[in-house]
Write a protein of this length. Sequence first.
Lengths: 302, 228
Amino acid sequence: MNNWLVQHVSALLFTLRRLRATPASSLFNILIIGIAISLPAGMYVLLQNVQGLAEQATGAPQISVFLSLDASREDAARIGGQLKQHEAIGRVEFVSREQALEQIKRSTGLADIIGELTQNPLPDAYIIYPKKLDPQTLETLRDELQKWPKLEHVQLDSAWVRKLEALLKFGRLAVLILAMLLSFALVAVTFNTIRLQILTRHDEIEVSKLIGATDSFIRRPFLYSGLLQGLLGGATAWLIIVISLRLLNSSLAGLMQLYASSFTLHAFSAKDTLTLLGFSAYLGWLGAWLSVAQRLWQIEPG
Amino acid sequence: MISFSQVCKRYPGGYEALKNISFDIAEGEMVFITGHSGAGKSTLLNLIAAIERPNSGSVVVNGQNVASLKAGAIPYLRRNLGLVFQDHKLLFDRSVFDNVMLPLQICGFDHRESDKRVRAALDKVGLLQREKANPIALSGGEQQRLCIARAIVNRPSILLADEPTGNLDMAYAADIMGIFKSFHQVGVTLLIATHDEGVMRQFEARALALKHGELQPTSVRQAHGKHE
């Protein structure tokens, strides 16, 4: 066990020394990987933000229920009671027809016209805040309410939420495809660098085999090299995104001031950061492993 | 220690490098393998180190049949062998010291122990003063001595040397053979392939003479090592 640890540590140190020995090419490799990863990762971060924004903007999607004009106050109270007891509904707000008219007068500047009306054309209404907000639940609820007597119209205010949801879905798919493609690119980049490393160290591999090195001993520094390259590439991508977001946020602050809003773009959560680093390290390792598997058996002494 | 029985080695294309070779080498014995170039000397050594596999027959080293050894077991066989190559096979991207260090790294020795062993091996071949040099700066004789230091640093019980004096002048060759002799004296089993008659005459040792892949009967009569 101890011996095993020593071998791994020394392989890692050896790999680090070699990275340092060729700083320019190591740096460019890491940059390439970093930029490749930062594209899907950056898109992912933006999507997360848009999603957050959407949730913030809609608040809770609501359902407006308009009673029939012939419904009396008693009917309204009864319906209100039923709504309050409905298991899918969290909170109910009553807007009487007088209130509604008052609101319109105030907010639309139509006071003159409304003042000339002989009777109030507006119905009593309830605004419903459902407990669950997914489109499915909302629609079921709407369909159910529609069947209630004395209800003229049930209006779901979440149609645009659905549209946004569909758009986000599309965006996530695009990110996924991009991430997959660039993962292949990352594997290919490491594959190639490791292949070159193996070629330049052909003699060392041959001699090592001749004096009793196991395949795993020979493989180890290359695998570490790929792993490290992926990890550092992931860290570079992280940096690129964090710095970009900082720049975007500072210009966004000016923009948002005009809208009297305080929206800022958020970078990665700790979990996302770990996932990013882990995934890029894994891909680097994978590229190295493929390269080693393909090349190493070709180098047989004799 | 090493025993060949009815070993044949044929290369693709039909060339027979070794034909029906049988012999035994006892522990601690020093044996020359002689013959013209192309007689099969290198092939014979390669079979012992499992660098090549025989087409038929068995090659037993330390009680293990190398001919049927699994690929995964070969590294451990080689750790018990010291290999000295005619072309040295040194690594020029690292110092003399690190070249000798390589076998110990492979076996996973800890640092203090391996440093000591490397210095002892370099001392034995007279290269202790050059430990920081790059092997490229060494003369041919020194490079061969470095190759020997690397072969013995792991303290193998068997040393295989393929034309160790092949490219060297007389003085260097005598030097190298002196080093081999000292290993022989501490009980290492030695197999030295050479076509250099001058070198062999300095030693009282058995010679296995190969000619066109066949063992010449004369060599058996010359033998005066112990048999297993």
